[in-house]
Design a protein around this ligand. Sequence first.
Ligand code: ADP
Length: 150
Amino acid sequence: YTGKTSLQLVSDSIKKITVKEYQSIPVVVDKNVSVYDAICTMFLEDVGTLFVVDNSSILVGVLSRKDLLRASLGKQDLTTLPVNIIMTRMPNITFCEKDDNVYEVAKILIEKQIDAVPVVKRNGEQLEVIGRFTKTNITKALVDLIHEDM
Ligand code: ADP
């Protein structure tokens, strides 16, 4: 008997869940695509956050639904407006790694008031996008955790 309360046992099992078990496939766009094309990609791929990369999967930006909505309110021609003008850019991007704990990432999403983070692999100074981790992935982890107990 470990002497742990049932609450400690629950939090221990949550802390064992890692990002790689629940991450999704990243949906990325090249930094040179137009806002118009990014909007099409967001609809076609059915995601709420796009990651912007340079020619070798290196993370340079993030585009949310509201970033694209805001850009659409302006008078600019969306077919010629490049996403790198409106995206949130490095070094202001919050990211995680595949071995991070789901709970730690959940806390960060709440603190930063964002819906998703890219899962990255460090490549020297650069960050290569290898996944996407969202509030939906956290909800799935929670549902699985409760399901295991039934
Ligand atoms: P929305 O803007 O559609 O409500 P979010 O809450 O995810 O979606 O995004 C809010 C703002 O934070 C946007 O300007 C977006 O570019 C930015 N953002 C989203 N995800 C990240 C991230 N992982 N790192 C830094 N900024 C982000």
